[in-house]
Design a protein around this ligand. Structure first.
Ligand code: FAD
Ligand code: N01
Length: 533
């Protein structure tokens, strides 16, 4: 029933996380409501329909593991699937397990208030519905709330504007248009080559260059699909115990232990594999030692120089202000080569800053440009944005976003002290965005589901992280983060892409496998660090 007012659980969001959580709770026979702002399932893959949107994890790995029959029946066609194929997969899952019937679409959750006497949540939506639930499960996504665009003059622009994460379903025809793309993170890097194919002129505004690796995307061979299908169980186990949710051979040596020739041969082998981690995983210290990292960074810069004909443009495209891998690297199809096309130009905003958008285009410190269309590929208020957008009030009426004013604090990225019976799937301070996210999503959903089963078996109405456990976890997350180079970069991992956002490392870099062991041990210990009441 999708109109019940009193349920066991409310789930917010119908992306990969919300859908799997709904499936698991239904299996247990729990009454559940799911609210989703969009008008269908898919989350990230529903909203980000920009041209070129594609996965950076291989299709056979970026897929649910919970149903062996689903694994066998679904046929991926490409090594790195595009947005339409991933969305079809998610739609298939929703259809196959009859999940849509449990979801209320076109409905945003605007507030959730914990009733301490009843140990229940009162959830309000923008359509005026109020639902009462014992558990509130946030499946709102780490990268679902676009960052406010802090460029003056946007409202006065006379042409069309688009944000990559809110792309119109019917697509955009750029034929004959003078187009600007602002932003060169993953969304920019993926969309720029495809937009360039249509646009009459394309101008790319770059503030910080990305480290992008050639994806080497291709159709999947029948033999590799069959091999994966035959070995899925072992592969899934390897995913779960890996560092990033993608099994890789672990390095055994420091980059300093080998000669430059040997190092470059290792990087070249990684480059040829064309995966997110194949260069990063070359040596033990790529993400922990600045000098070791610089050898990999310089290797990638050399590849950029080989791909771009104009040496000045190539240098402008070479990242130097942060270590390789401390922002999620991009995987591209023809990104750098696009700058060899005569109708494509690069504006380096570090040299000539963007002053404003004007009614007819944009103005930098150097000159004015005229455009018909501006595409903003300017990113997200990541990890906390979607949660902060909801008035979530816990014990004593405390607002979650106020508790998090100095940066988010959670226990395991799953729970928050002072907010009983609230669970956050891939919440801040969990491995989430540092992993193949579907692996992290399934782990969190399974842990939350097991926790709910355990509470119900013991007739315990509420579970709440203790402040001490939360403090210890925050200290551990920071300590592990500080052993790496991640905190040295200005990135969305650090919150530094959003003006005024506190600078805190928002994810846990202890590794997906090690993190899972800790979560399991805590549960086996009677939910150590939680108060059950
Ligand atoms: P989402 O898919 O973000 O879904 C959250 C849903 O919650 C959204 O539909 C949103 O509308 C809804 N919602 C939020 N707030 C509310 C509210 N208040 N009320 C109602 N509904 C609400 N990860 C990888 O591992 N590999 C990749 O290759 C990869 N590629 C990506 C590409 C792009 C363009 C982006 C933006 C992210 C990518 N990610 C990737 C990360 C991706 O977000 C996750 O892999 C995964 O899809 C997240 O699923 P989710 O269900 O947790 O969140
Ligand atoms: O966002 P980003 P994204 N003026 O924040 C620039 C996942 N993802 O949407 O770095 C001018 O990375 C900004 O510049 P700077 C993936 O996890 C995956 O691209 O702030 N420029 C930057 O260049 C990814 O990491 C895929 O100096 C401005 C860009 O906009 C995450 O989502 C595809 C600006 C934003 O880059 C976010 O990626 C897409 C301004 N005012 C997304 N404001 C895959 O490939 C921002 N910028 C799987």
């Amino acid at each position: 029933m999708t109109n019940e007012r009193n349920v066991d659980a409310v789930i917010v969001g119908a992306g990969l996380a919300g859908l799997y959580q709904l499936y698991r709770l239904r299996e247990l026979g729990l009454s559940t409501r799911v609210f989703e702002t969009g008008d269908d399932v898919g989350g990230t893959w529903y909203w980000n329909r920009y041209p070129g949107a594609r996965c950076d994890v291989e299709s056979l790995s970026y897929s649910y593991s919970f149903s062996p029959e689903l694994e066998q029946d679904w046929e991926w066609t490409e090594r790195y699937p595009g947005q339409p194929e991933i969305l079809s997969y998610i739609e298939h899952v929703a259809e196959r397990f009859d999940l849509r019937s449990g979801i209320t679409f076109r409905t945003r959750v605007v507030s959730a208030v914990f009733d301490e006497d009843a140990n229940r949540w009162r959830v309000d939506t923008d359509t005026g519905e109020t639902v009462d639930a014992q558990y509130l499960i946030m499946a709102t996504g780490c990268l679902s709330r676009a960052k406010d665009i802090d460029i003056p003059g946007i409202a006065d622009f006379q042409g069309a504007t688009y944000h990559t994460s809110r792309w119109p379903r019917e697509g955009v025809d750029f034929t004959g248009k003078r187009v600007a793309v602002i932003g060169t993170g993953s969304s920019g890097v993926q969309s720029i080559p495809v937009i360039a194919e249509q646009a009459a002129e394309l101008t790319v505004f770059q503030r910080t260059p990305a480290y992008s690796l050639a994806a080497r995307n291709r159709p999947l061979e029948r033999s590799e699909i069959d091999e994966m299908k035959a070995g899925y169980r072992d592969w899934r186990e390897a995913q779960r115990t890996s560092g990033f949710g993608v099994p890789v051979e672990l390095a055994t040596r420091s980059a300093h232990e080998v000669s430059e020739t040997e190092r470059n041969a290792t990087y070249e082998a990684g480059w040829r594999k064309g995966t997110l981690v194949s260069i990063l995983a070359g040596y033990t210290d790529t993400l922990t030692d600045a000098a070791a990292n610089e050898t990999a960074a310089e290797f990638v810069r050399q590849k950029i120089r080989e791909r771009v004909e104009d040496p000045e443009v190539a240098e402008a495209l070479c990242p130097r202000s942060y270590p390789f891998g401390t922002k999620r690297p991009c995987l591209d199809t023809g990104y750098y080569e696009t700058f060899n096309r005569p109708h494509v130009s690069l504006v380096d905003l570090r040299r000539t800053p963007l002053i404003e958008v004007t009614p007819s285009g944009a103005r930098t410190s150097e000159r004015e440009y005229g455009f018909d269309v501006i595409v903003f590929a300017t990113g997200f208020d990541a990890m906390t944005g979607a949660l902060d957008a909801i008035d979530i009030r816990g014990r004593d009426g405390v607002l979650l976003r106020e508790k998090w004013a100095e940066g988010p604090r959670t226990y395991l990225g799953l729970a928050v002290a002072g907010f009983p019976n609230l669970f956050t799937i891939t919440g801040p301070s969990s491995p989430s965005v540092l992993s193949n996210m579907i692996v992290s999503i399934e782990q969190h959903v399974d842990w939350i589901t097991d926790c709910i089963v355990s509470l119900r078996e013991q007739s315990i109405p509420a579970i709440e992280a203790t402040a001490e456990a939360e403090d210890r976890w925050a200290a551990h997350v920071e300590e592990v983060g500080n052993t790496t180079l991640y905190p040295t970069a200005d990135s969305w991992y650090m919150g530094s892409n959003v003006p005024g956002k506190p600078r805190v490392f928002l994810a846990y870099i202890g590794g997906v496998g090690f993190y899972r062991e800790q979560c399991d041990a805590i549960a086996a210990d009677g939910y150590r660090g939680f108060r059950l009441h």
